[in-house]
Design a protein. Structure first.
Length: 196
């Protein structure tokens, strides 16, 4: 019976991954990979200037090598591109419905995808419909085609008429007061004129 308090691996360190050697990438290998990436980037930039269809950055290096070999003079099958299979993938038939193969998309396909309406959730769709309805109502209201707008315009017309009438009455009152003042002034001047 093993002593209590020990790990599952036993007492001699035979189990577990912690004691294994660490594998480090060789410096030369890293430099080679970096140079390869640099060449790939330059090649893509040159291809992007000449041909916009294949400017996607998600091309694999194997398809890149194949297309460069096509350019060098091997034009046998027309315009079909065959992607090199990595490892043993081409030997084994996979029927996993969850497996998604990423195929490089051309610029024209990407533009078509962007032009399609995005799939929205029910809440987002309802929110958009609500905003559109609100904007439509505001347009109609501004044009005076809604019931509220008509009522508002009628009320504004009444208020305008009332204000015009009030302004007219004030002007008439002012004129009447001025006429009274003049009449008083004349009567006072006449009275003073008679006394003297």
């Amino acid at each position: 019976m093993p002593p209590r308090g020990r790990g599952r691996g036993g007492s001699r360190g035979g189990g577990g991954h912690k004691g294994q050697r660490r594998h480090f990438t060789n410096l030369e290998e890293l430099e080679r990979e970096k140079e390869k990436e640099e060449r790939n980037r330059q090649w893509r930039a040159q291809r992007g200037e000449g041909n916009d269809e294949e400017s996607g950055s998600d091309k694999s290096s194997s398809s890149e090598e194949e297309s460069s070999s096509d350019e060098s003079g091997e034009e046998g099958g027309g315009g079909e591109e065959q992607v090199k299979a990595k490892g043993v993938e081409h030997l084994i038939e996979v029927q996993n419905p969850n497996r998604v193969e990423k195929k490089p998309k051309k610029v024209a396909q990407l533009n078509e995808i962007e032009e399609e309406a995005p799939q929205l959730s029910r809440r987002e769709r309802e929110e958009l419909e609500k905003q559109r309805a609100k904007q439509h109502y505001q347009k109609m209201h501004a044009a005076g085609k809604t019931e509220e707008a008509r009522a508002d315009l009628a009320r504004l017309a009444l208020i305008r008429k009332q204000r015009e009438e009030q302004a007219r009455k004030k002007e008439e009152e002012l004129k009447a007061k001025e006429a009274e003042k003049k009449a008083k002034a004349e009567s006072i001047s006449k009275a003073l004129g008679k006394k003297t």
